[in-house]
Ligand binder design. Structure first.
Ligand code: ZN
Length: 191
C-alpha cells in the first residue's frame, strides 16, 4: 500500500487539546485522506478509537445511527485519558456517501441496514483496515485499549497490535433502536 504522512498540527477542541496528522492512502486512482487525532502523551497502552466516517451522523447529528454519539464520547474519553482517534474516510462502511443514501432510501421502505446494502450490490461491511497498521507503526504503538463494540474490528486489528477492549455505549433512541438491534443480532456487536 502507498501512503503519505502530512506534517503535524494542533487541534484545540472542547474535549481537550489534540495533535492532528493526515495519512493519505492511494488505492489505485482513489485517494483517501484519513485523519489521526491524538494527545501529546500516548502512554504505553493508549485508548484508541478507529472511527469510520459517517457524514450524516458525525456532522448532521443523524439519529439513524450511533456514529455521532460514539465520536463525541470517544473524543471526550481520549481527551481525558490520552490516546488516539483514527478517522477513516470510508463512509457508509466503505460503500461511499452516494450509495449510503440509496441504501437509506431502501431502509425508509423497511429494509434493515444489511438487507439494504445487499439490495444495491454491496456486502454489509466493505471496510479495509490496512492503513491502520501503518498508522500504529508510524507512532510506535504495540498495545492499545480499543473503544469498540464490534468483534469484526477487534479481529481485523489484533493482527497489528495487542488489544484490550473497552466498550462504548451510546444511549439508543426511537430512530436507531432497530439499527442497533440489527448490529447486535445480525452483526454480533457487543451491545
Ligand atoms: Zn452513522
Amino acid at each position: 500500500m502507498q501512503f503519505q504522512v502530512s506534517n503535524q498540527a494542533k487541534l484545540p477542541t472542547p474535549f481537550g487539546d489534540f495533535c492532528l496528522q493526515s495519512f493519505k492512502e492511494q488505492q489505485g486512482a482513489l485517494e483517501l485522506d484519513h485523519l489521526v487525532v491524538f494527545t501529546k502523551e500516548l502512554g504505553e497502552s493508549p485508548l484508541v478509537r478507529v472511527h469510520s466516517e459517517c457524514l450524516t451522523g458525525d456532522v448532521f447529528s443523524s439519529q439513524k445511527c450511533d456514529c455521532g454519539g460514539e465520536l463525541q464520547m470517544a473524543l471526550e474519553r481520549i481527551g481525558k485519558e490520552g490516546g488516539m482517534l483514527i478517522y477513516l474516510r470510508q463512509e457508509g462502511r466503505g460503500i461511499g456517501l452516494f450509495n449510503k443514501i440509496n441504501a437509506y432510501a431502501l431502509q425508509d421502505q423497511g429494509y434493515d441496514t444489511i438487507e439494504a446494502n445487499e439490495a444495491i450490490g454491496f456486502k454489509d461491511d466493505e471496510r479495509d483496515y490496512t492503513i491502520v497498521k501503518h498508522i500504529f507503526t508510524h507512532y510506535g504503538i504495540r498495545k492499545i485499549r480499543l473503544l469498540t463494540n464490534n468483534p469484526k474490528k477487534i479481529e481485523a486489528l489484533k493482527a497489528f497490535v495487542e488489544i484490550k477492549r473497552c466498550s462504548i455505549l451510546v444511549p439508543s433512541n426511537c430512530h436507531n433502536h432497530a439499527y442497533l438491534q440489527t448490529k447486535k443480532l445480525k452483526m454480533g456487536h457487543l451491545l
